[in-house]
Each structure stands twice: as C-alpha cells, then as structure tokens.
Design a protein around this ligand. Structure first.
Ligand code: AMP
Ligand code: MG
Length: 422
C-alpha cells in the first residue's frame, strides 16, 4: 500500500511537459503561454491627453480662476488618432480629445468643464497642477520590458495586452490528447439496445468530461472486451494520444485481463493506494506516454482521475499550479471511516456569514454516481482518523468552481434586493 502523496509524487515526477504550438491570440484563451513576451515599444507610445479639454502651456494659465479667466487662442481641434504638426506657443491652446497625442509646446491639459469657448478663443477658468491630465508615454508598458512570462495562464486582460502590442499569435503549450478506454465484458455502449445484466458504459463519458474540464482533449476509444486481442488493439490505438486512461480491470478479479496486458507492455506499476474510493491504480510510461489504469467503479474512477490524472494533464499542458483549491469548512454530521485510508467524502457546500459548511451527499458507495452528482467538493479525511464529528473543521477540495458565485452582487449591500431572478 502506498500513500496518496507518494502516488502523486511518483506520477508527477515522470510526467513530461508537452511541446508548444503557435495560435492566434483568440484561440489562446485559458492556455499556458510558451514564451516570454517583450514589449517592442512603449504603451502608450506618446504622451497623450487623459481628458477632453484644452492642451495649454501651464505658465499661461497658472493664475486662472473663475473670476479671472485666462484667454487663449485656439489653434486647432485635435481628435484622437491625429497629430498636430505645429507647436503651441505663448497665449495659444489646442482643443484636444482623450487619447490624442499631446502637441509640442503644451505641457498641461485643462478639462473642458473648466473652460468657456467663444469663437476661436477659449477662457480657462481653473488651473490644474502642471502636467495634469496627461498620460505619459510608457506609463503602462515600457519598451523592452518583459510584460508576460512563460507559464502565464492567459486570461482576457492578457489577450488584450497582446493585442495592444500587435501580437496576433503567440506560442502556447499544446493541449494533451487523452485516450479513454473502458474495459469489461459487462459493458454496453449508451446507444446499444438495452440488455439484461449488462452495465452501461458511463465511465467513458464522465472521464471525457473531466478531461474537458481541465482543458484536455478526450479521444473516445469506446469499450474493450475482456479479451487479450481486443484489449491489445485498443491500447495500441490509445497510445497515439498523449495520455492513455483506462477504467476497469485493475483490481484482483477473474476477468481482469487489463492487468496482464498492461504488464506485458512493460514498466507499469500496480499500486494499492491508501484511499477510498479508488484503491487500485496502475501507472506507467509506455512508449513515452503516461498510462493510467483507473478502477472501474464509477465514483472510484472519477475520484482517482481527480487525484492523479488531472494534475498530470495540467502539468503536460504547461501549468504550474496543478491542484484544486482547498477550503476549510465545518462538517455538519458525524462521519465514520476506516483507519489507514484517506477518505474522499463527497459533500455539498453552503456558506453563511463568511463560514462554509460541508454536508455529506448521502450514501458513499463507490458505485453511487449520484453521490458525485450532488457533490460540490470532496472532504478529505486523513488516514489515521476513524471518526470525524459534526462541528469539526475539515479540508474540502473544491470541485465546483461556481460554488462561490452568488445570485446577487455580494459586494453591494442592497437594502431592497431586486426580486427578479435573472
Ligand atoms: P472492475 O474494476 O473492472 O472490477 O469494475 C468494477 C465495477 O465497476 C464493475 O462492477 C462495473 O459494474 C463497474 N464498471 C466498470 N467499468 C465501467 C464503466 N465503463 N462504466 C460504468 N461502470 C463500470
Ligand atoms: Mg472489469
């Protein structure tokens, strides 16, 4: 028996990162950047106006007040996107729009609200500080600066920044293609006619969705019957992807051929991991590709995927943070457990006044998929414990990223919250 920590460690130290590919920036959302991005120029490229108003020489207006305005001659209108070729001289101003480059000679912008226009002159009625209302060249990004580092997970502002640097494509880590194979004579495909005694292959679908959820690309290999040739052919096919995940056939059972087949491929480890659900686990590198043999029970396969396959997929995809957030919650009922195994208890979560509560989602059998359906998290009960009591603080792996979302904006104190459900 090995610990969960040890299994995670032994797996991750053997997981390679994938290569890189170039993508249009719009396709790169959520991907891991595969290069450092150096700014080719300043942003903004030149000093420009932060306001609609008048570009002036500060010494011309430094005594302006509502009682005694400073009258200036308006040389031109300067919208954003245009350049004023001349220079602002003594007693002169340019009517300037937000974003327009500051004309030579001017050093300050007066907002339009503090001015009064008449004909081709303007009266300035207030004096801002010298240099006010100007966005300086390079105040956002300096030319030559490393603005994004390899390994950054790209989110909307990163894509916007890349666009502002005129980068239409970037290098990102490739997405792992994950072959998924369900094994067992008892299995029936979802669109095959119903047969008494058979079990519907649900694992292929829950596992493929878990792959999608963490950014991988599932490849469905369907079902391999418990026959050596069938299995061998499917495994060969599976190795065309970047990772192969099988479910079923890794525990000790008369019809568990998977074990034998995998053994023939070479360096596969068969572990008993000190966890529930999901003790049996096969892992190895076959022809350079990581291979995971997950147990067949629907909850066991999903929970094992969470612990071992998900971080591996994230590592291959270039991520550095491989693990889900862990919350601290107050347990709302007594839970008994077996000593010697980590238990991952499916739980529903609620939060009230800044405190999070965890509620067990009913029966925890490894075949009870509905326990997983209801779960927003997995309570982690340590190996040595035999009982966790109601009221105890427990660690919870957060599975549902929407859990902390709220129906109303929680940052506003709404005395009369709108009744409407959006
Ligand atoms: P095994 O690990 O092969 O002994 O399978 C354990 C149990 O998991 C079996 O009794 C099956 O009912 C169930 N099982 C195995 N594979 C699947 C699958 N692909 N979909 C749903 N249930 C499965
Ligand atoms: Mg089986």
């Amino acid at each position: 028996m090995i610990s969960v920590e040890e299994a995670i460690h032994r797996i991750l130290e053997q997981i390679p990162r994938l290569g890189k590919e170039r993508l249009h920036i719009l396709q790169s959302m959520g991907r891991v950047l595969g290069e450092d991005i150096i700014a080719p120029r300043n942003i903004p490229p030149w000093n420009n106006s932060a306001m609609d108003g008048y570009a002036v020489r500060w010494q011309d207006i430094d005594k302006a007040s509502p009682q005694k305005g400073a009258k200036l001659k308006v040389l031109a209108d300067l919208p954003a996107g245009r350049i004023f070729e001349g220079e602002v001289g003594p007693g002169e101003a340019i009517r300037i729009m937000t974003g327009a480059p500051l004309p030579r000679g001017a050093d300050t912008v007066v907002q339009v609200e503090d001015t009064k226009k008449s004909g081709d002159s303007v009266t300035i009625l207030a004096c801002p500080g010298k240099g006010k209302n100007i966005r300086l060249a390079g105040e956002d990004v300096q030319a030559g600066e490393r603005v994004l580092q390899e390994g950054t997970v790209l989110r909307p502002p990163h894509i916007g920044l890349l666009a502002s640097l005129q980068r239409s494509s970037v290098s990102v880590f490739q997405v792992p293609r994950v072959s998924i194979l369900s094994t067992g004579d008892e299995l029936l495909e979802i669109d095959e006619p119903w047969q008494e005694g058979k079990i519907i292959n649900s694992n292929s679908y829950s596992l493929a969705s878990q792959v999608f959820e963490c950014g991988g690309l599932p490849i469905q290999l369907g079902i391999a019957k418990d026959k050596p040739e069938a299995l061998s052919a499917k495994i060969q096919q599976g190795l065309t992807g970047d990772i192969l995940v099988t479910s079923g056939g890794v525990s000790v059972g008369d019809y568990d051929l998977v074990k034998g087949m995998l053994n023939e491929l070479g360096k596969i480890n068969f572990w008993k991991v000190a966890m529930r659900p999901g003790q049996p686990l096969a892992f190895g590198i076959v022809f350079g590709k990581p291979l995971f043999g997950l147990p067949g029970n629907p909850v066991s396969s999903m929970v094992s995927f969470e612990q071992f396959v998900r971080p591996s997929i994230l590592k291959m995809a270039g991520h550095q943070n491989l693990f889900r957030p862990v919350l601290r919650a107050e347990l709302r009922e007594d839970v008994e457990k077996k000593a010697g195994l980590i238990h991952f208890i499916r739980c529903r979560l609620t939060h009230e006044k800044g405190k999070i509560y965890a509620w067990v989602t009913g029966e925890q059998g490894s075949g009870i998929l509905s326990s997983m359906v209801k779960a927003q998290g997995l309570i982690v009960l340590p190996r040595d414990k035999t009982l966790a009591s109601s009221g105890e603080e427990v660690k919870v792996i957060l599975l549902d990223p929407m859990f902390l979302n709220t129906p109303q904006p929680a940052y506003l104190s709404l005395d009369n919250p709108p009744q409407k459900n959006h």
